[in-house]
Design a binder for this molecule. Structure first.
Ligand SMILES: Cc1ncc(COP(=O)(O)O)c(C=O)c1O
Length: 417
């Protein structure tokens, strides 16, 4: 089955890295990058660019790059561009904001984290709470189903809760909790909701206001862009916060939160990545002259069309992969939630995850093994520090990749490694 308008061959053609020949299931760790993103990075580095300003063309170019990238991320996340903060990584932004928010916490205050999360959305809160003398409470997911129910969050939220940190999708097992329902619980208690959208924003259309999140972090290198992090929040909320900053640096929102000079070349790459995503399903070629004079549909609308088709594409490949995996003797799948991304974690009796990974690598299939920093999640699943074999689909994954992966695993687990 094919998603309407989703031409995976056309999409793959834009990824020079795929010509090296591997089948990539390592996207949850970082996706491959299309040529348009690489070109935007190179063109920025080879153009006249200086610090942001309005006097020289080089200053104006730097300024335009930042404004464009905020607009692109605003379209991707459905937020006001002036609420977009750029940083080194989602981890760095979370630590930075955790320290900022914790300045208002004290003994008796509580912070809720979840065992479904990547450590980037746990440890910054645990350490900030410790430093403030606040208490950490844990929301548990069900290891059998992989579900993190809103009830499990409600059970640990109380009138002293200041902030709840939760993932929009697990990078280990793909679970997508009902963030909007969790937001209702959190807001009813008068607390703030911090959402880790790093894994989710690569697979499903993101609408931060509709999700109820007060803060949403993501990382363009997970959705075809370069390596940096992004935080989105209502600018009015950001105005109330006062992070540590240099004395002469701007106190405006969002610049107040951005430490040092921004990576202009990476931001140009991120704008190109959002444009590439918006064009996963290109608008129909105009059939007559009058249409060709019309401006393109707004980028947000095109993103919604593209993500709907991407989800369908990835889900159909996921179903095909799961069917093949189910037939492998001794295989346990940990990705069982009702709503989830196309990211599978498995173990196979009698085979160490690292051995599976190496066996696949020898066959040109890149599927890493481990806990992927979802440390609490891996332990809660009973997999400790070893974790499992993780297979993640991406916009460029095709049926042949899936066949190579499944055939490789069948051969290895059949004793052919
Ligand atoms: C769900 C999730 N959250 C957070 C992170 C950390 O992102 P960054 O590398 O931008 O700090 C990752 C990275 O793998 C992730 O998958």
């Amino acid at each position: 089955m094919h998603a309407p308008g989703y031409d995976v061959d056309r999409i793959r053609w834009h990824f020079p890295a795929l010509r090296e020949g591997a089948a990539h299931f390592d996207g949850p760790g970082g996706s491959q990058v299309p040529d348009t993103v690489a070109t935007a990075v190179v063109e920025t580095l080879t153009s006249a660019v200086s610090n942001r300003g309005s006097v020289t063309p080089a200053e104006r170019r730097a300024d335009r790059i930042v404004v464009d990238a905020r607009e692109a991320m605003g379209d991707l996340l459905a937020v006001d561009p002036t609420g977009i903060v750029f940083g080194r990584s989602a981890t760095e932004l979370t630590f930075h904001l955790a320290r900022t928010l914790a300045a208002g916490w004290g003994p008796g205050d509580e912070v809720v984290v979840s065992r479904l999360d990547h450590d980037a959305n746990i440890r910054p809160w645990v350490l900030a709470a410790e430093a403030a003398g606040a208490t950490v409470r844990w929301a548990d997911f069900d290891p059998a189903t992989g579900e993190l129910e809103p009830d499990a969050v409600e059970a640990v939220v109380g009138e002293r809760t200041r902030l709840v940190a939760v993932t929009a999708a697990s990078n280990l097992i793909g679970t997508r909790p009902d963030v909007a329902a969790i937001a209702d619980v959190v807001h009813a208690a008068g607390a703030l909701l911090w959402v880790d959208g790093v894994h989710a924003s690569a697979h499903v259309a993101t609408d931060v206001p509709a999700s109820g999140a007060d803060f949403w972090v993501c990382s363009p290198y997970k959705f075809l862009g370069p390596h940096h992090g992004v935080l989105a929040a209502d600018p009015a909320l950001l105005e109330t916060l006062h992070p540590a900053k240099l004395l002469p640096s701007s106190d405006a929102v969002p610049e107040r939160f951005e430490l040092g000079t921004l990576p202009y070349e990476l931001l140009a790459g991120t704008t190109a990545a959002v444009d590439f995503l918006a064009d996963l399903v290109p608008d129909e070629t105009p059939s007559d002259q009058t249409r060709s004079d019309e401006s393109p549909r707004p980028r947000r609308e095109r993103l919604l069309t593209s993500f709907a088709a991407l989800e369908e594409h990835e889900d159909s490949l996921l179903a095909a992969l799961e069917e093949r995996l189910r037939a492998i003797p001794g295989l346990t799948a940990y990705s069982n939630a009702k709503r989830r991304t196309p990211t599978l974690l498995v173990t196979v009796e009698g085979h160490e995850p690292q051995a599976l990974r190496e066996g696949l690598a020898a066959r040109g299939v890149n599927a890493p093994a481990g806990h992927f920093y979802a440390w609490e999640c891996s332990h809660h699943l009973g997999l400790g520090a070893t974790g499992g074999l993780r297979m993640g689909l991406a916009p460029y994954t095709n049926a042949e990749d899936v066949d190579r992966l499944a055939t490789g695993l069948e051969a290895i687990c059949g004793g052919d490694a």
